[in-house]
Design a protein around this ligand. Structure first.
Ligand code: FPP
Length: 249
């Protein structure tokens, strides 16, 4: 029996975010170069996406490349960019078959031209799909995202377009890359690392965090369902006490 059958279909998170970690260590363990881990990791992207569509998760955000990742050896960075371009190009058909819409967050204008072009093409070609939205975080830094939002809001205040009291949670959210996307209820990180690593710092304020020792290339659909199962068995209190949540009167 799959863990999927144990899930409460009325309590599926709308948005799941994943830090896909452990590709390099997985490859090394197998006696391969790090890039082999990333290439194999693409299969886990398919697994996670398939599981997300099966249980009707509306948004699946994957941390595919952080701004800090540019500091890796050139060979690995070039390999990752090539992998992104070819994967995005190869997957368009399958995304359309599965009604998946592609979106991207991050400082996209600093990605290589061919990557930007492929991404734009895939986003346009999947824009009419109504199922799960796959959001790729590329050249992403949460601190940069927040700094940019703060600057934009400060400029609006300076121009007299807004008052201080207009600066609400909502307004801040509307100035992030994720504007219009609900905050993730669940964030998964693979590979045993227990960090957020500059990923969706504002958006994860009340998310349940799921850390698994599994390296990303070993992550399968069942691991995704397991994370949702554990999420469903946690009590989300949002700063309240248990009794207040259980008080149905
Ligand atoms: C982290 O593992 C993984 C990455 C930095 C890249 C993940 C990218 C992919 C799986 C390709 C995705 C493709 C698409 C289209 C989304 P790591 O290299 O940091 O592993 P380590 O911690 O073991 O070194």
């Amino acid at each position: 029996m799959s863990i999927k059958d144990k899930l409460d279909t009325n309590n599926i998170p709308e948005h799941v975010a994943i830090i896909m970690d452990g590709n390099g260590r997985w490859a090394k363990q197998q006696g391969h170069v790090r890039l082999f881990g990333h290439t194999t990791g693409v299969e886990s992207v398919r697994e996670a996406l398939k599981a997300a569509t099966e249980v009707k998760v509306k948004y699946l955000t994957l941390y595919a490349f952080s701004t800090e990742n540019w500091n890796r050896p050139k060979e690995e960075v070039d390999g990752l960019m090539d992998l992104l371009v070819t994967t995005i190009a190869n997957e368009i058909e399958s995304l359309n078959e599965n009604d998946v819409r592609l979106d991207a967050i991050g400082n996209l204008s600093d990605l290589p031209e061919n990557c930007q072009a492929e991404l734009k093409r895939a986003i346009e070609r999947t824009s009419k799909n109504k199922g799960t939205c796959l959001v790729l975080a590329l050249n992403y830094s949460s601190k940069f995202e927040m700094k940019t939002a703060i600057k934009e809001i400060a400029q609006k205040y300076k121009n007299g377009e807004i008052e201080l009291d207009d600066i609400t949670d909502h307004l801040v959210s509307d100035h992030l890359y994720t504007a219009g996307i609900p905050d993730p209820e669940l964030m998964i990180r693979t590979s045993g690392e227990v960090r957020i690593s500059n990923f969706l710092l504002w958006q994860l304020a009340y998310s349940e965090l799921h850390f698994t020792p599994t390296f990303w290339p070993d992550f399968k659909q069942e691991d995704f369902y397991q994370a949702i199962y554990e999420y469903q068995n946690r009590e989300r209190r949002f700063g309240l006490v248990s009794e207040q949540l259980n008080d149905t009167e």
